[in-house]
Design a binder for this molecule. Structure first.
Ligand code: ZN
Length: 239
């Protein structure tokens, strides 16, 4: 059984341990770093795959426009030839040459268009797949951020609650004991006191405690673990 002072210190220690735990959890809060990295990777892929689909698509549009231009020109020449305006044989010959050139162009364009009709759909499909993945990741990121914000709010509220309890919990603890506790917890990652386990080991470092230490604790003495210097607390019913 521990003295009333040690019991008070133990109560304070549980508040402090809670505060340490909250700080650790707040530091480890992840607003989706992994998801963000994956999203960046997908965006890079989209630049490549999506860029290719966009390039092919604009090539097709350009070719279709060119075909229309050629058709218009051919119609115009046709009109000139058969409208009775052009009678000079040399002029007729020139126009027929022009027709042949335009038709060759049109044929070449048609080949390219056919090729694009083959390559464009799978390119678009690949780009659409990456787009869908990007959207999915963006959704995940929003969710992750929301969850992190909610957890942050919970931790902050709990931190505020424990901080408020602290001044009251320090009352009745002798200044010398308090000073000793403060020094130890500053050295010990915020942990100044620990419970003796059922196996009579230090709850902080696991060192097996000598019988005289346990006896001293039974006698309500303030004793630290020889290995980690944490103040030991013997709760009722442990030994
Ligand atoms: Zn220890």
């Amino acid at each position: 059984m521990a003295s009333a002072e040690l019991q008070r210190l133990w109560k304070l220690c549980r508040i402090d341990t809670g505060l340490v735990e909250i700080r650790k959890r707040a530091a480890a809060l992840d607003p989706g770093r992994q998801v963000m990295a994956e999203l960046e990777e997908l965006k890079k892929q989209d630049q490549e795959v999506g860029g290719r689909a966009r390039k092919l698509s604009s090539e097709l549009t350009d070719l279709e426009l060119a075909q229309k231009g050629i058709d218009d020109k051919l119609k115009k020449i046709d009109k000139e030839l058969y409208g009775g305006k052009v009678v000079n044989p040399r002029e007729v010959e020139n126009l027929e040459k022009e027709i042949a050139i335009l038709k060759r162009h049109r044929g070449a364009n048609d080949e390219k268009i056919l090729e694009l009709w083959e390559t464009l759909p799978p390119a678009k499909e690949a780009a659409a797949k990456i787009d869908a993945l990007i959207q999915e990741k963006q959704k995940q990121l929003v969710e992750r951020k929301k969850a992190a914000m909610a957890l942050k709010a919970t931790l902050e509220a709990e931190f505020a609650r424990l901080t408020q309890l602290r001044p009251e919990a320090t009352k009745g603890i002798p200044p010398t004991l308090m000073a000793r506790y403060d020094v130890i917890r500053q050295r010990n990652d915020g942990i100044g006191m620990t419970e003796v386990t059922k196996k009579q080991t230090c709850g902080n470092c696991g060192t097996v405690l000598p019988e005289r230490t346990v006896q001293g604790l039974r006698d309500e003495k303030v004793i630290s673990c020889e290995a980690c210097h944490t103040i030991l607390y013997l709760s009722e019913g442990v030994v």
